[in-house]
Design a protein around this ligand. Structure first.
Ligand SMILES: Cc1ncc(COP(=O)(O)O)c(C=O)c1O
Length: 446
């Protein structure tokens, strides 16, 4: 089969997979077809090797070909391959939800299992709206951050801040509002921290007052914005946000789809700021890519509001929510993260790589370098003073250059996002740095 694909020139007529977020015409000019993976490497059908510093889609945090997870999944398939989650339970889902409840920073947490990050956010939005309806309140509006990313389903997309993407899918459901994100490099108020007095945080209150305090149900944000370019809220931000949410009886949801399960160096990013949100969305690292699974974590108080006779229930769910094989994979993953002492390793590697990357700040094409845990962003600019994005021609060369040098990284606009898996070491990170330097030099010369 492999040779057949190598021999075939792929065209828009004979290529039948409609890949997500992909211009097929562009993709087919030099298609990358991955055939196998091992550890932090992926290999294409020509046996070209790429160092994957994106942990695939930020989810393969323990690397590829993890024998223990594969064995667990195989055993689970043989024992219980599937059972409907509707009004029936399964032992693995119970064990997984027990485990997540014991670990996550929400006391007496209850867990709604899903299939991915978008699902987890979508469920959170519906839970928030129904929660207030059950309390006989008409609070339905969802506030989120500009440039945030929460997923692709209608609700998750509506609270994402990527306006261009949304334009194709109008009309967007009602009641979704965005406020400026805590992005100090591109401050919406043209100010500097701490002189800014965190206007981006207090703008949440301004927005709630404008929208009507009795109409806002929830504020959702990523604790560290991933797709938005590793945006880390400055000290004091969360105190203001949490106070405002409490003051106006608004649910505070953290989207930990990317940050959850170790990515920031804590099991959950919420721990960095001592946050105990009302809801959390999980996905990505939960199964290391072995099975589509996510989770929406809620407080006991929210769960209580849904208890009653059978006419009151959360009428939401999909066939594969709580799939026993996904749950088994997730349980094993969590165990491996705990056993492998990854959180300690991440903090040591994070400091090391951050120091290396910081040297790039002197480079004429680099505007900013940001990092936390295993999340690194390098923002490329045309003009350091004006912070204008590197032009698209140079960006294209940068992307292709990295790729040609065997580096598999993710780019969001003019920002390179390096989210390596937790099994990398100093040598590999040094390699990434040197490839990046080399590619930047090549662009300068041209
Ligand atoms: C913060 C965040 N939320 C939600 C999602 C959506 O997750 P999924 O692609 O699994 O639906 C993503 C995906 O990148 C994400 O980064």
């Amino acid at each position: 089969m492999m040779s057949e694909i190598i021999m075939t020139k792929l065209t828009i007529d004979n290529y039948n997979w409609w890949n997500p977020f992909t211009q097929i015409n562009f993709f087919l000019k030099s298609p990358v077809i991955i055939e196998k993976a091992e550890g932090v490497y992926i290999f294409d059908i020509h046996n070209r090797k790429y160092l994957d510093v994106s942990s695939s889609m930020w989810n393969v945090c323990l690397g590829h070909n993890q024998k223990e997870i594969i064995n667990t999944i195989t055993e689970q398939y043989q024992k219980l391959d599937f059972v409907s989650p509707f009004r029936a339970s399964n032992d693995v889902a119970i064990r997984l939800t027990d485990k997540l409840a014991s670990l996550c920073p929400i006391n007496s947490a209850k867990i709604f299992l899903t299939c991915n990050g978008s699902d987890s956010v979508e469920a959170g939005i519906k839970i928030a709206r129904q929660y207030f309806r059950l309390k006989k309140m008409n609070k339905y509006k969802i506030i989120s951050l500009e440039n945030s990313y929460h997923g692709v389903s209608y609700g998750a997309m509506a609270c994402s801040g990527f306006e261009e993407d949304k334009q194709y899918f109008l009309p967007i459901p009602d009641g979704f509002i965005q406020i400026p994100s805590p992005n100090c490099y591109h401050c919406a108020y043209d100010s500097k921290y701490p002189a800014c007095q965190l206007q981006c945080a207090s703008f949440l209150e301004t927005t709630i007052l404008k929208e009507g305090t009795d109409t806002v149900a929830m504020f959702i944000m990523e604790p560290v914005m991933g797709m938005g370019g590793v945006i880390i809220p400055p000290e004091g931000y969360y105190e203001i946000i949490v106070d405002i949410c409490k003051k106006y009886n608004i649910l505070f949801m953290l989207d930990e789809v990317t940050t959850g399960l170790g990515r920031t160096g804590k099991l959950f990013a919420a721990e960095i700021w001592n946050l105990s949100p009302d809801m959390m969305a999980l996905g990505k690292a939960l199964s290391n890519g072995y099975f589509p699974i996510g989770a929406t974590v809620v407080t006991r108080e929210i769960w209580n509001a849904f208890l009653g006779d059978d006419s009151v229930r959360f009428n939401h769910g999909s066939t594969y929510f709580g799939h026993p094989v996904g749950c088994a994979a997730a349980l094993r993953c969590i165990e491996l993260i705990e056993k492998g002492n990854y959180l300690i390793k991440i903090s040591e590697l994070s400091d090391f790589f951050a120091q290396l990357l910081k040297q790039l700040r002197e480079h004429p094409l680099v505007g900013d370098v940001r990092s936390i845990g295993m999340m690194f962003a390098v923002e490329f600019v045309e003009d350091k003073e004006l912070k204008t994005p590197l032009n698209s021609e140079k960006m294209k060369k940068l992307v292709i250059g990295c790729h040609t040098q065997g580096l598999w990284a993710h780019f969001a606009g003019n920002t390179m996002l390096i989210f390596p898996s937790f099994i990398v070491d100093r040598n590999l990170l040094e390699t990434v740095y040197h490839i990046l330097l080399k590619v930047l030099k090549m662009i300068e010369k041209r």
